[in-house]
Design a protein around this ligand. Structure first.
Ligand code: NAD
Ligand code: IPM
Ligand code: MN
Length: 346
């Protein structure tokens, strides 16, 4: 029996969590045995426990076999002393989730849902490997005054090496092309990063390595998305590049991710946020959470057939034009989820 900790969070987080869990429940009957333990995170945890990443949530995560997170944040908690976003970062640090894998795969049957031209996006299949527990997000010193503020970008050799090795290994299992994205023409941390990539490259002779500056990479991502296989980059660059890359698929609401630590513990979450503009309206696209669950099934539990079955049902439904508003469809979160469940029961 696998123990899955769920952290629904804020805004659309609980809506897409419920939808995706309903689908998992129907799909797993007789195939996959699991138990769910729900805990609070983000604004929800500030309200109920007085802290965005409570101790009880941390302990449950550490004892789990995998973690599913919805989304955190919202206007209600923007002025909090300890914001939901700080809680999310504390969680990543506490669990050692240093690598964040963000796949961007274009579903061919939905090619005309992309705002980009079909001939540009056709065949897009990349994996953004984002460093998640270092860089500008965590560097010290860090302070804020009325008229002055400071953030620090800091990386150690160990932090860079482990994410670069992971990216090379991912590339070996894919199209054997690694693009490292940095700002080595300006930043010292990027020069360290680039040096380490070049040092490690000979250990993976079958992988072709390329370096791009973040500005040029941002352009190339939408003009030549099929030139990318695995992209490895620092925390902030990866955050921005992955939201940009999401438009290739049609919507940010399609994008899942996996965050892994050195012991193989995995946390799976959409790359998007709590979407306050549509929260509570039954409008959210649950695909990001559904794909997060199928990433969990494959990566943490090696349940390949079950993951395939869920994706096939959802993609069959979408191929019929049944999808949420962000993808140009007319379905609500619930009606789309119901359509997937009906497909699974066929
Ligand atoms: P967002 O990702 O929440 O939303 C950006 C846009 O995408 C919005 O128009 C939203 O409606 C749309 N969108 C996102 N997910 C969607 C889905 N599943 N279906 C349909 N449309 C979807 O970004 P934001 O508005 O800049 O941030 C809102 C809050 O979320 C902030 O508090 C932010 O800090 C937080 N946030 C949290 C996470 C996380 O939990 N990992 C990630 C990003 C942002
Ligand atoms: C994400 C989010 C977070 C990040 C925020 C909410 C702290 O944008 O998960 O991509 O920047 O990492
Ligand atoms: Mn982000």
């Amino acid at each position: 029996m696998k123990k899955i900790v769920t952290l629904p969070g804020d805004g659309i987080g609980p809506e897409i969590m419920e939808a995706a869990l309903n689908i998992l429940e129907v799909a797993s009957v007789g195939k996959f045995d699991y138990q769910i333990e729900e805990h609070a995170i983000g604004g929800d945890a500030i309200d109920s426990k007085g802290h965005p990443f409570p101790e009880i949530t941390r302990e449950a995560c550490l004892k789990s076999d995998a973690i599913l997170l919805g989304a955190i944040g919202g206007p209600k908690w923007e002025q909090a002393e300890n914001t939901p976003e700080m809680g999310l970062l504390q969680m990543r640090k506490a669990l050692g989730l240093f690598s964040n894998l963000r796949p961007i795969q274009l579903n061919e049957t939905l090619i005309n849902r992309s705002p980009l031209k079909a001939e540009i996006v056709k065949g897009t299949d990349m994996l953004i490997v984002r460093e998640l527990t270092g860089g500008l997000y965590f560097g010290e010193p860090k302070w804020e005054q009325e008229d002055e503020a400071l953030d620090t970008t800091h990386y150690t050799r160990k932090e860079v090496e482990r994410i670069i090795h992971l990216a090379f290994q991912q590339a070996q299992n894919r199209k054997k092309h690694l693009t490292s994205v940095d700002k080595a023409n300006v930043l010292s941390t990027s020069r360290l990063w680039r040096r380490i990539v070049n040092e490690i490259a000979p250990q993976y002779p079958d992988v072709r390595v390329e370096h791009l500056y973040i500005d040029a990479a941002s352009m190339k991502l939408v003009t030549n998305p099929t030139d990318f296989d695995v992209v490895v980059t620092a925390n902030l660059f990866g955050d921005i590049l992955s939201d940009e890359a999401s438009v290739i698929t049609g919507s940010l609401g399609m994008m899942p991710s996996a965050s892994l630590n050195e012991d193989g513990l995995g946390l799976y979450e959409p790359i998007h946020g709590s979407a306050p503009d549509i929260a509570g309206k039954n409008l959210a696209n649950p695909m990001s959470m559904i794909y997060s669950i199928t990433m969990m099934l494959r990566t943490s539990f090696e349940e390949f057939a079950l993951a395939e079955k869920i994706e096939k049902a959802a993609e069959t439904v979408m191929a019929r034009g049944v999808m949420s508003k962000d993808m140009g469809g007319n379905e609500s979160t619930e009606s789309f989820t119901q359509a997937v469940i009906t497909e699974l029961r066929k």
